[in-house]
Design a protein around this ligand. Structure first.
Ligand SMILES: [Zn+2]
Length: 459
């Protein structure tokens, strides 16, 4: 049950916009989108807030090292805010290609420096933070249970495993920066009661989430890499400041695993959505792949998996298109809750179990493939209803013609010409190329040449 009747407050840890987002990050926003769509599907309003980290955030997530925004700016020879705007725009475009809805509030860190300063001040007044020569630190000894709220690994174990440079200004080695005094040449700095400087990464999320969602809210999402230190720090500083519970449910998305050799080699496993599209996959096939993995298990990203997801998506679209043509576009809600719809809803209510939800959708597709138009009308209604959450553009696929793209058509025509000219060696070669480049299988029948999308092999 949400805190406020009928409304769910959700905060998603957003990206640091100093580079393109890789598909592992995009995967976690697909999961957050499923959460939002599920609540909306069941009739809740969702107030969704996502931050954009356009300041600071040091490279190794500790308090030392170069800050990511400065790194990105230096690399491109541009101003940090130009870099932030450009990568924010690309990130939002990637999200939309994956049918991830825009959050109601997209909060940029640089627009919320005043809120962060106010929160830091509150922590100093309460005795949870102290001013040091190089910034302001949170005193972890004032927050019992620091670092242990979300995961069983103790802070001592973590410290033992990490390379921690001793900072003589910290009272305790685990104290973390709320504010960092400006260093010479810092591109991003603001006035504060403690001199010029810039905010720590963790305080940003506490200040912005509480501003828009209140001091206690329902859901906070992030990747498993956010568990520690980021989210533990958020809890400590928020609850120390307010004396109230910060978040009711935390949802952490497991990492995406890349185990295909070719993919792992190029760019060290860092792929963007553009890379995937460039290999001939539909971005929504990536969404389907993500839905096929439970968020608690993490996602295995392989060419085999992507090929299967692409073929699956194309099969769904074909089935829906055929059924839609058979019913002449009629769609009818079944009387009462259909068993398949119930199965779909139960899957979502079972901790957002999207693999099970997809299994229910497959049953509806089987029904759509029957010859009984009444059944087909019901099946289409169920599929379009499910698509409120799955967001695979199923309704659009009912009416979109499956045409060859210009590149595909050109190659197809060249192959036709070779075949008609009796150059069978050439024709076979081009047939192979159509399959390898575009996943299009060509068949010569007595009625002429047919083609079918079967997915690319060995991308
Ligand atoms: Zn965050």
């Amino acid at each position: 049950m949400p805190l406020r009747a009928g409304e769910v407050g959700m905060y998603n840890c957003g990206p640091t916009v100093y580079d393109r987002q890789h598909i592992g990050n995009l995967y976690s926003y697909v999961v957050a989108d499923v959460v939002r769509r599920t609540f909306e599907y069941f009739g809740y309003r969702v107030k969704q807030v996502m931050n954009i980290t356009d300041v600071g955030h040091i490279v190794d997530d500790a308090d030392e090292g170069e800050d990511k925004m400065a790194l990105g700016a230096r690399r491109a020879g541009k101003d940090p805010l130009q870099i932030a705007d450009e990568y924010t725009r690309l990130f939002m475009e990637d999200r939309r290609k994956l049918n991830v809805q825009d959050p109601g509030v997209v909060a940029k860190a640089t627009d919320h420096i005043a809120e962060m300063i106010a929160l830091i001040q509150r922590l100093i007044e309460k005795g949870n933070a102290y001013v040091a020569p190089d910034g302001v630190y949170f005193d972890v000894t004032t927050f019992p249970g620091y670092g242990t709220r979300l995961n069983a690994e103790s802070p001592e174990q973590r410290v033992a495993g990490a390379r921690v440079e001793v900072n003589p200004h910290k009272r305790h080695p685990s104290d973390f920066a709320l504010w960092r005094a400006a260093k010479p040449g810092d591109l991003q700095q603001w006035d504060s009661p403690w001199g010029r400087g810039n905010p720590g990464w963790h305080i940003e999320c506490s200040a912005m989430s509480m501003k828009y969602l209140g001091e206690t809210f329902d859901i906070h999402t992030g990747g498993e890499d956010h568990l520690f230190p980021h989210h533990e720090c958020e809890i400590a500083q928020s609850e120390a400041a307010t004396g109230k519970p910060f978040v009711r449910y935390w949802l952490h998305v497991r990492f995406l695993r890349v185990d295909n050799e070719r993919m792992a080699k190029s760019k060290g496993g860092f792929f963007t959505l553009d890379d995937i599209s460039g290999w001939g996959y539909d971005p929504l096939a990536f969404r389907l792949l993500a839905l096929g993995a439970g968020y608690r298990n993490g996602l295995d990203f392989t060419t085999k998996g992507m090929d299967a997801a692409q073929s699956r998506l194309e099969r769904w679209r074909r089935t829906i298109r055929t059924a839609h043509a058979a019913t002449k576009g009629r769609v009818a809600e079944p009387e009462g809750e259909h068993a398949i719809t119930r199965e779909f809803r139960d899957a979502l209510l079972d901790d957002f179990n999207t693999p099970k939800a997809l299994a229910a959708a497959e049953k509806a597709l089987n029904l759509a493939a029957t010859v009984d138009t009444d059944e087909q009308e019901h099946a289409l209604w169920m599929l379009f209803d499910m698509d409120e959450v799955l967001a695979l553009s199923l309704k659009e696929s009912a009416t979109t013609n499956d045409e060859l793209s210009a590149d595909e058509r050109a190659l197809f025509d060249r192959r036709e010409a070779a075949r008609k000219a009796g150059d069978y060696a050439k024709s076979d070669e081009l047939r192979k190329e159509l399959l390898e480049r575009f996943g299009i299988q060509v068949k010569d029948t007595k009625d002429g040449t047919r083609w079918e999308r079967v997915g690319r092999k060995g991308a």
